[in-house]
Write a protein that binds this ligand. Structure first.
Ligand code: NAI
Ligand code: 13P
Length: 338
């Protein structure tokens, strides 16, 4: 190991815990911040976050605390792993506790309303002097905890930062790639949650593999069309944060967004499904914001509009396919080099 970093991870849910543990396993001292006193005691005593990841052993380099001051003291890298709805509040609370050199990394895959801000933009607004990066990709926390090999992409405007994060996180079972397109990587992670709901719905309704293939490909097209409008590079969507994460969350019941879609496909009302969730699923909120933002920006997103109508206006699922072809740009691949 070249250099030992001091790291804090804010948010002790499933993903914050897994990322904190990967870093600790690589030999860096990590402080995991969460609000629940009993859970902190249990993590420090049993080296397990039994609420979220039962049976997953945590490295002794990882300690937990409820004190934000203690978590932030003397760190050079800070990861944010709280849901998007709490992101600004937590960023604001930690802003006066970190030095301007501390690297901030968002793990959160969501969008803030109003303003359609991504998490890196919130970091820029709340801690303007600090360097920023994001991590995204096909990273179901439960699978990483089970020891399955996974890959992620770290994105920032600096190759040096990407290299630092690579060295911090990379291991035999966690492969880390880099990208300069922070905004595109972040958008990929946030937008795919919406299509995971649609895929879960399709699975419950036995759409079949051809239909699933169609929807996944059109989802990718729609995502990148939107992202290009926001200034991202469409090629980023061929990478781990695009195709990789879309494929995973659109095929696995381990994805909470996919499970929401499955439940709705089986006839459960949306409000009842949401009331039964004890973990965050960002897609429902993102769907609403994305639909509004696509209208403002004039981006054609038939899957987003169709899913919104199915969930909120009880429209029949068959309408989705009619809408896809009624006004669709008929081009299969839109961003082909001339
Ligand atoms: N679980 C997964 O497989 C992955 C999740 N993500 C993303 O990571 C983010 C966090 O997700 P998870 O860890 O899975 O969620 P989770 O539901 O497992 O945990 C979220 C944690 O944040 C805490 N929290 C909520 N509001 C807070 C606040 N105001 N202050 C402090 N803590 C607060 C909750 O108590 C909970 O412990 C989400 O944006 C998600 O999309 C990204 C990749 C994989
Ligand atoms: O982003 C994820 C995997 O990459 C997790 O997806 P869910 O939030 O739908 O569980």
């Amino acid at each position: 190991m070249l250099h030992t970093h001091r790291v804090a991870v804010l948010g002790g849910g499933s993903f914050g815990t897994v990322i904190a543990n990967l870093i600790a396993t690589n030999g860096h001292p990590v402080c995991l911040w969460l609000r629940n006193e009993q859970r902190v005691e249990a993590i420090n005593r049993d080296h397990e976050n039994a609420e979220y990841l039962p049976g997953y052993s945590l490295d002794p380099h990882l300690c937990a605390t409820t004190s934000l001051e203690q978590a932030a003291a003397g760190i050079d890298i800070l990861f944010m792993a709280v849901p998007s709805a709490s992101f600004r509040e937590v960023a604001r609370a930690v802003a006066s506790l970190v030095s301007p050199g501390t690297l901030l990394v968002s793990l959160t895959k969501g969008v803030e309303a109003p303003g359609f801000y991504l998490m890196s933009e919130i970091l820029e607004q709340e801690l303007p002097d600090n360097p920023r990066a994001v991590l995204s990709g096909p990273n179901l926390a439960g699978e990483i905890a089970a020891g399955n090999i996974a890959g992620a992409v770290v994105a920032s405007r600096s190759e040096e930062i990407n290299g630092t994060l690579h060295d911090l996180l990379h291991g035999e079972r966690f492969l880390v790639y880099g990208s300069p397109d922070m905004y595109g990587v972040e958008l990929g992670g946030a937008l795919k949650n919406v299509y995971a709901i649609l895929a879960g719905l399709g699975a419950a309704l036995d759409f079949g593999e051809n239909t699933t293939g169609l929807l996944l490909t059109r989802a990718l097209s729609e995502m990148s069309r939107f992202a290009v409008q926001c200034g991202a590079n469409p090629m980023t969507f061929l990478g781990l944060a695009g195709v990789g994460d879309l494929f995973v969350t659109c095929s696995s019941p381990l994805s909470r967004n996919y499970r929401i879609g499955q439940a709705i496909g089986r006839g459960q009302p949306l409000a009842e499904v949401l009331a039964g969730m004890d973990q965050v699923a960002e897609g429902i909120n993102t769907l609403e914001l994305l639909k509004a933002q696509a209208e403002v920006r004039g981006v054609h997103m038939p899957l987003v509009n169709g899913l919104y109508d199915i969930l909120h206006h009880s429209r029949p699922v068959s309408d989705l396919f009619n809408d896809m072809m009624s006004r669709e740009q008929a081009q299969d691949v839109e961003f082909v080099a001339a």
